[in-house]
Design a protein around this ligand. Structure first.
Ligand code: ZN
Length: 718
């Protein structure tokens, strides 16, 4: 019997053969299990109240068969040894008794169990607290019997269980992967969008739909295997309603393959849904429906593989693994093996072996598995608390974090301390292992602090920007410069004509033509000879005036003052347009000299030091990241956001409002950090992106307490 022996040794009390036996609970169910070579026929004992399973061997089965008819331990020993024709050790029976009582499988007749129950009943507030802790993540409400629905579904879905459907899914997977690679930049945009209210609502909707398909997958396959599915209903997970199906009866299936098929069906359905949704997302035109498809596809995919497939929580992956290894109650058993291993390695304590028949390899696996499970759960619950803190209720977030830290860290350490205290005489500290553990904690802590980088939104732009403005008001005759054009020093940019000089030139021309006409009309008149000379002189004068105007126009021929690239050409600058004096026509930038500006939030700015390494990741995934160093950290928060690209008003990352004068004001303190790229970098245009600045370990440590307190005070609004 593999589940025996897990009774902690402090529970050992002295039992005599006259000890009266408690009856087994009436509601326990017994199923035939697989035949295991070397052990014989095994059985499964199910506790329907907690839906837990216990695997028992042939000897335990014999003992339990006689249990109901025996009044005392001695009586039971006599019956079993009489039937098996071999003497039975009292110790073996005591082991079974302990197993039954520890797992609360006995009815309350037993004095020990009764006392334990009375003790529990006396502390209702603690029970209530434990219940909340255990259940705040999930409460189940059965709603209806899905028999008819499943009958219909099973008749309509036969085609899914064919090899053709499998090949279809494989082809779809390959198409999806290539489509995802093609639409990379859009994925970025969609993820940004998911932080909007509309995005969050679609996200919620998508996860409900994906979970529904998952559950229907379980139920349909269970139904096909002939398992009774008594209820479907709603489970509320962290105040979030989801469909659930009760397929616990699939444990009655004797075939391991069939049981595993029922468990895997949920994930497989979710995965197929993800494949279809991602394909549709790539094909459909832009719009809210397309965003919904995106969330459906990616949520289904990540829930199926990031959450359900991992065996660390009691989700489908866990049941699959536990069935594949033939180890029911895998978590509890792994924890027992790991705890024994830890106690022996750290404190030299040798306790009862919970799994005497288990191979060495399997033990090592279970120890690793249990430790990873503990870490994984700790991180998951901590992340949930942090998410609640950031997105919902600050006070609840702080409360959850405190509860989780005490539940997953303080409580186990305290219990272990009590355990060691009760066995203090046999404790022989293993100094070498304790030292190694201490060093690895230090290392993890150091690594964590060293890798904490500050992230902030930022922009990369060319450093030198020359603004080319109209020198006077005038008409734009020609604008040769084109967006992105490369220029040499002195290249012509635009031709402007001022209205006064145009007028003067026109006047001189008209006057000249009038004088020519006058000259011709007086040609035959001898008396007008003197006046003809005067007219000729005036014509020469108008010609001079015209020349002066032309050279004035020459002044309005705009030339590039330096080599560079043309940027931000005035969009409405068409020939014949009137421009104001000083109006900016275009910019000339020097693209090989890029500078990055990060706008770091108030809570992180203390961690940023001049000289820290920085990586800038442009939002446009087609552009290479830029690596560099911090060269300047501003002491004062910025008053307005320098580029509309960054402002939330224009879908940028910095929360902002538009001021009365049209300026974009950040709603929280932001500090400018100037970053110099490690090598000269050429960028195609102004780039928006995320900046990751390596935190300074020492300053991160020293600033930690102050940061926690100030963050708490700010978030709680104190
Ligand atoms: Zn499932």
């Amino acid at each position: 019997m593999t589940s025996l022996g897990s009774a902690p040794i402090e529970r050992v009390v002295s039992y005599g053969d006259s000890m009266s036996l408690a009856g087994l609970r009436q509601d326990l169910e017994l199923f035939e299990g697989p035949f295991v070579p070397g052990i014989g026929q095994t059985w499964r004992l199910r506790d329907p109240a907690r839906n837990r399973f216990f695997e028992i061997g042939p000897f335990e089965f014999e003992v339990l068969s006689d249990w109901q008819y025996s009044q005392t331990l001695g009586d039971l020993a006599a019956r079993v040894s009489g039937r098996l024709k071999t003497p039975v050790e009292l110790d073996d029976l005591i082991n079974i008794f302990q197993f039954l009582s520890v797992n609360e499988l006995l009815s309350a007749r037993s004095e020990t169990v009764r006392r334990a129950l009375v003790k529990k009943a006396l502390t209702p507030e603690i029970r209530w607290f434990h219940w909340i802790l255990k259940n705040y993540l999930s409460v189940r409400i059965p709603l209806f019997n899905p028999g008819r629905l499943l009958e219909w579904l099973a008749s309509k879905t036969n085609w899914i269980f064919t090899w053709k459907a499998g090949i279809f899914a494989l082809i779809l997977l390959i198409i999806d992967i290539s489509l995802i690679i093609e639409h990379q930049s859009e994925i970025h945009r969609q993820i940004d969008y998911s932080f909007s209210l509309e995005g969050l609502m679609l996200l919620g909707l998508a996860s409900v739909l994906s979970k529904t398909v998952h559950e229907i997958g379980h139920a349909t396959v269970a139904y096909r295997m002939g398992v009774r599915v008594p209820a479907m209903g709603v489970s509320v997970i962290v105040m979030y309603p989801m469909l659930y199906t009760d397929t616990s009866d699939s444990w009655r299936l004797k075939s391991k393959q069939k049981r595993m098929a029922v468990v895997a069906a949920g994930m497989i359905s979710e995965f197929l849904l993800a494949l279809l949704a991602i394909f549709a997302w790539c094909v459909f035109p832009d719009g809210p429906f397309r965003s919904a498809l995106f969330f459906l596809g990616f949520v289904s995919f990540f829930v199926a593989f990031g959450l359900n497939a991992l065996p660390f929580m009691r989700f489908d992956g866990y049941f699959l693994l536990s069935d594949a290894l033939d180890l029911p109650n895998l978590h509890e058993r792994a924890a027992a093996v790991a705890l024994r291993w830890i106690r022996s390695r750290l404190w030299g304590l040798e306790s009862n072996d919970p799994e005497p028949q288990m191979s060495r390899k399997m033990r090592d696996f279970l120890v690793c598995f249990a430790i990873i499970t503990w870490l994984y759960r700790f991180i998951v619950y901590l992340v949930i608390a942090l998410l609640v803190f950031h997105f919902f209720f600050k006070v609840l977030g702080v409360f959850l974090m405190t509860v989780e830290l005490s539940w997953f860290v303080v409580r186990p350490i305290y219990q272990e301390f009590l355990y060691l205290k009760s066995f203090r005489k046999s404790v022989r500290p293993q100094w070498r292992n304790l030292f190694l553990l201490f060093i690895s904690f230090l290392f993890v802590g150091w690594f964590w602090l060293a890798s904490t980088s500050v992230s902030a939104p930022g922009i990369a732009r060319a450093r030198i920007e020359l603004s080319i403005n109209a020198p006077t008001a005038g008409y734009l005759l020609n604008l040769q410069a084109r967006e992105g054009q490369r220029l040499e020093n002195g290249d012509e940019l635009a031709l402007l004509i001022s209205p006064e000089s145009a007028l003067r030139s026109d006047l001189a021309q008209i006057t000249r033509q009038a004088l020519h006409f006058q000259l011709q009309s007086t040609a035959a008149n001898e008396e007008a000879r003197e006046s003809r000379e005067a007219i000729t002189q005036r014509i020469a004068g108008t010609q001079a005036a015209e020349r002066v105007s032309l050279s004035e126009q020459e002044l309005m021929r705009l030339r590039a003052p330096a080599a560079g690239v043309v940027r931000d050409v005035l969009p409405s600058a068409v020939a014949g347009r009137w421009v104001r004096a000083g109006e900016q026509l275009l910019k000339i930038t020097s693209p090989a000299d890029t500078v990055v500006y990060a706008y770091v939030g108030e809570s992180n700015i203390h961690e940023v030091r001049v000289g820290a390494s920085v990586t800038f990741y442009p939002d446009d995934v087609g552009v290479e990241p830029i690596r560099g160093k911090v060269v300047e950290v501003d002491g004062n928060a910025i008053r307005s956001i320098p580029s509309p690209l960054l402002a939330s008003v224009y879908n940028g990352p910095i929360p902002s409002v538009r001021g009365a004068g049209g300026e974009l004001t950040p709603t929280e303190g932001r500090y400018r950090v100037v970053i110099e790229p490690d090598e000269p970098t050429m960028i195609p245009r102004v780039l928006r992106g995320s900046v990751y600045i390596d935190g300074n370990v020492l300053s991160a440590i020293t600033a930690l307490p102050a940061r926690i307190i100030s963050a708490l005070m700010r978030e709680l609004g104190i």
